[in-house]
Design a protein around this ligand. Structure first.
Ligand code: AHG
Ligand code: MN
Ligand code: MN
Ligand code: MN
Length: 335
């Protein structure tokens, strides 16, 4: 069968061996994510026509104003995964604490937990710019049969079994890895089916684009300021172009396809960075590494950070391998 005629469902069945330890559970998790993302995609496409844009008037645990679509996407993903009783727990950017799911026969017998940023890029909803969903799957470490524990969610990114993102952009795409490379699927909205459109995605080792909220420049550490100045110098293939969407999934997606680097450093305003290690950085880091890129907090490999709390934040530099190395070098030299 030609690559482009392959549906996501067929691709998962053909690549069952990539779904480690799987007794079909991981495939079923993917089926649920696929379904929920189609529902969210449908709603996003109608934003402006239905009452789905704007804030709900509440703050989430991150201290952010929740948007209606944040709440909607959160409910859809949690409901879909809960109804199918295939994970033992879910942690979400939008919820204070993790949710325990008992599974079939109230048995706490499910083996996987899922962590999710249901709607990434909230600030772009009202202005018709791409938003996304980011997810991460781990095998639980607490004994099966007992309710899921906090420790099941606080595993380092290296323990991820699968991770992916969905972009609700000019087209809706789902990109995922199970640790055997990265593949991207595009939704044909007419028939509601994802097709393999980007097989074996590879992040170019170098790029010509840097992506950062430069409005915060004054607050950045010296090493990051030095790197930004390096990007802007006139030399060889520089100055680089600057592109910043403000939706992590979309900015990383561009790096993955075209090459480039994304920066969200610590700053005086956000002393630990802004992005969430578990819902945003680890899944994107897993995907970028699987595509040959690199993800760092400026010093350490993001995937090796040992999490200590659900909503923990980190600095994040990710994209083309050599560009992230250069950032680490600038940060190291500025110490
Ligand atoms: P979310 O919408 O899930 O809260 O994530 C927003 C994140 C990320 O997607 C984006 O890159 C970054 O925050 C933008 O932050 P700034 O507005 O501070 O640049
Ligand atoms: Mn948010
Ligand atoms: Mn996000
Ligand atoms: Mn979000």
């Amino acid at each position: 069968m030609q690559e482009k005629n392959r549906t996501l469902g067929e691709f998962i069945i053909e690549n069952q061996e990539d779904f480690q330890y799987s007794s079909g559970e991981l495939s079923r998790i993917f089926n649920s994510i696929k379904l929920a993302s189609k529902v969210v995609s449908y709603k996003v496409n109608k934003a402006g026509l239905v009452d789905i844009v704007g804030a709900v008037g509440a703050k989430n645990i991150q201290g952010e104003d929740q948007q209606k679509l944040d709440v909607y996407a959160n409910e859809i993903f949690i409901q879909t995964l809960t109804n199918r009783e295939i994970v033992c727990g879910i942690a979400s950017e939008e919820n204070d604490d993790f949710i325990t799911i008992k599974g079939k026969d109230n048995g706490n017998n499910n083996k996987y937990v899922i962590l999710i940023d249901p709607l990434d890029g909230s600030s772009n909803i009202d202005v018709n710019v791409s938003v996304g969903t980011i997810f991460s799957v781990y095998r639980r470490i607490s004994p099966v049969g007992n309710p899921v524990q906090l420790e099941d969610f606080l595993q380092p990114g290296t323990a991820q079994v699968a991770a992916g993102y969905v972009i609700y952009g000019t087209s809706t795409m789902l990109v995922y890895t199970t640790g055997q490379g990265v593949n991207g699927f595009t939704l044909n909205p007419a028939i509601g089916t994802f097709y393999l459109s980007h097989p074996k995605m590879k992040c170019p080792k170098d790029g010509l684009i840097y992506s950062v909220n430069e409005g915060n420049y004054i607050h950045f550490p010296q090493g990051v300021k030095d790197y930004i100045k390096y990007c802007q110098q006139e030399e060889e293939d520089r100055p680089y172009s600057s592109r910043y969407i403000g939706s992590l999934a979309s900015d990383i997606h561009r790096n993955l396809i075209k090459g480039g680097v994304y920066l969200y450093p610590t700053s005086c305003k956000a002393v630990k960075g802004k992005l969430r290690l578990l819902y945003e950085c680890n899944p994107m880091a897993f995907i970028i590494e699987q595509a040959g890129g690199k993800a760092s907090d400026g010093v350490n490999r993001v995937l090796e950070i040992i999490p200590t709390s659900l909503h923990e934040r980190t600095a994040f530099f990710s994209g083309s391998y050599n560009m992230v190395e250069k950032i680490e070098d600038c940060i190291h030299k500025a110490y």
